[in-house]
Design a protein around this ligand. Sequence first.
Ligand SMILES: C[S@@+](CC[C@H](N)C(=O)[O-])C[C@H]1O[C@@H](n2cnc3c(N)ncnc32)[C@H](O)[C@@H]1O
Length: 210
Amino acid sequence: MRQHVNPLSKYFYEFEPIPHLSKIFKNPELPLHIDIGCGSGKFLFDLALENSNWNYLGIEIREKLVLNAKIKLKEIETNNLNFSYGNATLLIKDWLNKDNISILDSVSFNFPDPWFKNKHHKRRVIQSDFIKNINKLMKAESLIFVKTDVQELFEHMDEIILNSDYFIAIDLDMLDHLESFNPNQINTQREEYALENKLRIFKKIYKRIY
Ligand SMILES: C[S@@+](CC[C@H](N)C(=O)[O-])C[C@H]1O[C@@H](n2cnc3c(N)ncnc32)[C@H](O)[C@@H]1O
């Protein structure tokens, strides 16, 4: 099993700031989705190639994965996909400091690292301050999508998101997926693994209240 990367280590103080949207997307006016902890980016490549009416941005702490994704970006014809590497907490804070208010249409957290031990919970990506910052980047009624195969982590993330008072949970069946960033409900790599191994998948969608 892969060793998790400790986002709080000094090594991750450095990150690649998210460029101005006009520098990374051909049409920066399209709806924007970000995927936090995007891994290799395969999920986003699949999405971007299928949906030219959305822009997609992946954030991943493991630099090597982002470098490889960027090599692949040059090989294929797409102008609605990009990646930045670094600890999402720092990247999002930096992005917000550049006045990027209300620019996101949706955000996904797919199978974030669980950090099981209590003393390591602070390494989990979803924390109260982080949700507060993400909230400021999001448009009114925009959506957060959460998936994990770890029930305890799911409950922890749910509590933080709902306690923020910025979001309400919405009924999964009420969502018109065709209008979302993932109209064909493509699975992520970890999701494929979970399905193959018959692991229970916990999912929830949250809507920004105003
Ligand atoms: C279990 S993998 C899931 C990958 C992918 N989302 C999927 O569903 O297949 C979690 C990913 O989140 C990344 N990650 C963990 N903490 C992060 C952080 N603070 N900022 C950005 N990425 C992070 C890890 O490096 C890893 O690639």
